[in-house]
Ligand binder design. Structure first.
Ligand SMILES: Nc1ncnc2c1ncn2[C@@H]1O[C@H](COP(=O)(O)OP(=O)(O)OP(=O)(O)O)[C@@H](O)[C@H]1O
Length: 671
């Protein structure tokens, strides 16, 4: 929330400072002409020092400790006239008259205020203070760096931007000139009518109007093209950066936030350079033109108009604070929608549609209230022209900051391994692993966990639910990094293997088969560029999917629908198995796949998998019947391997495996 107390203090400080400064400035001007040249110079210096001390005192009294930029401004503003007058007298002689020395002249005061403000701002922008308020300084510095980065990223569109700036300047100059000729026409009509002057004024009026429209149209078109091209580029880059992140990142960051960065923030970021510089440049040209015209008419009126500027700056401050709150609340509302859409079946089966609709409405209302507050402030700010643009620029830069945050994020699970041997045996060893999920760091899932998977053998992981079976698979896929211990593949650390190679050699079929919209053929060959139809069909046969596929109207070219929704769960599962088999992986992991397969499919798939004597097969199963033939059965409990052996050995031992079987058997037969 904006600190309204601080804002009121700043307004008081400004009003008091202007009052004190102007009082001293005018008081010192009385009797100026009666002094000699030296007397006047001495008076100028005394007044300068007095004003400087008075302004420092007022600022200390109202604002507390002073920032360096304010001290610089006060010093330059108070001393400028005295320094300039002394310099002129020294360099050009004592008799030279100059405006700087006239103390009670408002123009001299305005000139000094303007010059010192410009100098202080320039200093602040180019050489930021080393001992200013750390956080504020850092955020300003960050905004500048971000703006420069966005500007740099516009390099490929520089021709479009340049063209747009040329047309922008043309339009601004033309728009500014039209009132001048309109005034001329009115003057001619109101006084003595002279046809040649009248016609020339009308001609130029028309010419500038046409120039203005043409310039504005071309400027708008070129800017939009540049923004669109930039936004596309950034979206692709951001998407690429996101897909490289580790799985833990997606668990920690909400989907709504990610989509909001991809859709809204990239668009806002695209606006940063063109639209803000567009408005800034146009307003700058117009402001300079209009202020010079106004100064010619009346400097007093000009001063009055410019007095609103500090008020606008303060309003902008409030607006900026609200802006960020609105962005966050929009992301929360989007999150509610995506959660419901992705879990619509659960929502429907628990009949929570109304509750979810209310939740969404509540979040929208929060956004609405924040937006209303922000827009009220914006209405005030917009009334006051020029300063608005700086604020908007910073807002867009804020959005760019969030995009860069993801673009620059280094995945915490590195993918820099380079090993890609031609031959892989598929010998896996989990050595003393300790692991807990970052989101539940207080719960240790695996503790000093060790396990060996031998090439050409089938191992089965069994155990009660939630004991860490799927976690072992996730670690083998390098979705997470263990906190302690190491996983070796053919005696080499898993992370030293090349990322693509590893995922081609290790294939996983999970409990929930995930398909993407597209044809069956595309889904089986997912991620492979060099996969023939024969290979796809062979894999589908081994997964017991070929028969049902060829009976579909379009065979392998049948669309599966979003998430594979046009196929049954068993069909989806068999396609997912074919997708794993077509890679001819050295290590195949089946994570509880049997729950969605009928017994015929299950038998056929198992027969097909048993045909490959060189493959390491890891099966996670709840239905213990399906893993009785495994070379080794591993019972996991309390984050450790509790028992290990063949079915016969473990049954004979009458330990955890035996008890687990008994328990499952009792559960299955309990009505
Ligand atoms: N992504 C995650 N973030 C945080 N905790 C998780 C995550 N995935 C699993 N867990 C927790 O880790 C523990 C082990 O989960 P895991 O899925 O490995 O068990 P499992 O033995 O495969 O269970 P099941 O047989 O039900 O599939 C559980 O307590 C679970 O709540």
């Amino acid at each position: 929330m904006a600190d309204y107390g601080a804002i009121t203090r700043k307004i008081t400080a400004l009003t008091l400072a202007v009052f004190v400064d102007l009082s001293l400035f005018y008081a010192a001007g009385f009797g100026e002409k009666r002094h000699s040249v030296y007397g006047n110079l001495a008076r100028l210096w005394v007044v300068a020092v007095l004003r400087c001390l008075a302004l420092v005192a007022v600022s200390l009294f109202t604002l507390g400790p002073l920032k360096p930029v304010l001290i610089r401004f006060i010093a330059v503003h108070s001393l400028l006239a005295a320094v300039a007058e002394t310099g002129i007298k020294l360099l050009y002689g004592l008799n030279v008259e100059s405006a700087c020395g006239s103390v009670a002249d408002m123009r001299s005061w305005l000139m000094c205020a303007g010059a010192s403000l410009a100098a202080a701002l320039f200093w602040e922008l180019t050489i930021p203070d080393s001992n200013g308020e750390a956080a504020e300084k850092e955020s300003k510095q960050k905004a500048r760096v971000l703006f420069m980065r966005v500007l740099f990223m516009y390099k490929p569109d520089c021709a479009l931007l340049l063209g747009a700036f040329v047309f922008l300047s043309l339009a601004a100059i033309c728009e500014m000139s039209i009132p001048f000729y309109t005034g001329k026409v009115i003057d001619i009509l109101g006084s003595q009518y002279q046809s040649s002057e009248f016609l020339s004024a009308v001609f130029f009026m028309g010419l500038y109007s046409m120039g203005g429209s043409l310039g504005a149209g071309c400027r708008g078109g070129l800017f939009l093209c540049a923004i669109s091209s930039f936004t596309c580029r950034v979206k692709v880059m951001l998407f690429g950066a996101l897909t490289k992140q580790e799985i833990g990142f997606f668990e920690a960051i909400k989907t709504g936030e990610i989509t909001s960065r991809l859709s809204r923030d990239t668009t806002l970021m695209g606006r940063t350079v063109p639209l803000n510089i567009n408005v800034l440049l146009r307003t700058f040209i117009k402001t300079v033109g209009i202020i010079s015209l106004m100064m010619n008419l009346s400097w007093k009126l000009t001063f009055l108009v410019l007095m609103e500027t500090p008020v606008t700056a303060l309003l902008q401050n409030i607006y900026d604070t609200h802006y960020q709150e609105v962005q966050d609340s929009i992301a929360r509302a989007n999150e509610a929608v995506s959660e419901v859409v992705s879990s619509i079946r659960v929502v429907r089966s628990f009949k929570t549609e109304q509750g979810e609709a209310r939740r969404y409405e509540d979040r929208l209302m929060d956004t609405h209230i924040l937006k209303t507050r922000r827009d009220t402030v914006r209405a005030f700010v917009k009334c006051c022209t020029l300063i608005y643009i700086f604020g908007d620029m910073l807002n867009s830069v804020g959005a760019a900051g969030k995009v860069f945050e993801y673009l620059d994020r280094e995945p915490q699970v590195s993918s820099e391994g380079t090993l890609a041997p031609d031959h892989l045996k598929g010998h896996v060893r989990f050595c003393d692993l300790t692991f807990s999920y970052l989101s539940h760091s207080n719960k240790t899932v695996l503790q000093d966990f060790s396990l060996e998977l031998k090439p050409g053998q089938m191992a089965a992981l069994v155990g009660p639910s939630g004991e860490g079976k799927s976690t072992c698979v996730s670690l083998l896929e390098r979705f997470y990094e263990p906190q302690k211990g190491i996983i070796l593949l053919d005696d080499q650390p898993l992370q030293s293997y090349e990322h693509r190679y590893l995922h081609r050699k290790i294939a996983v079929v999970s409990q929930q088969p995930v398909l993407f919209s597209g044809s069956i053929r595309e889904n089986i060959a997912y991620g492979l560029t060099d996969c023939s139809l024969d290979e796809i069909q062979e894999a589908a046969r081994n997964a017991n999917a070929h028969d049902f596929i060829i009976n579909l109207e379009k065979g392998y070219d049948t669309e599966v629908g979003e998430g594979g929704g046009q196929l049954s769960k068993s069909e989806r599962q068999r396609i997912a198995i074919a997708r794993a088999l077509v890679r001819q992986p050295q290590i195949l992991i089946l994570d509880e796949i049997t729950s969605s397969l009928d017994s015929e499919s299950e038998t056929k798939v198992q027969q097909a998998l048993a045909c490959n004597p060189n493959q390491t097969l890891l099966v996670i199963a709840h239905r213990l019947k399906t893993i009785e033939n495994a070379h080794q059965i591993v019972v996991i409990g309390d984050g450790k391997v509790q028992e290990c052996g063949t079915h016969q050995e473990l049954m004979h031992k009458k330990g955890s495996y035996y008890k687990l079987r008994e328990k499952l058997f009792t559960e299955a037969n309990t009505p």
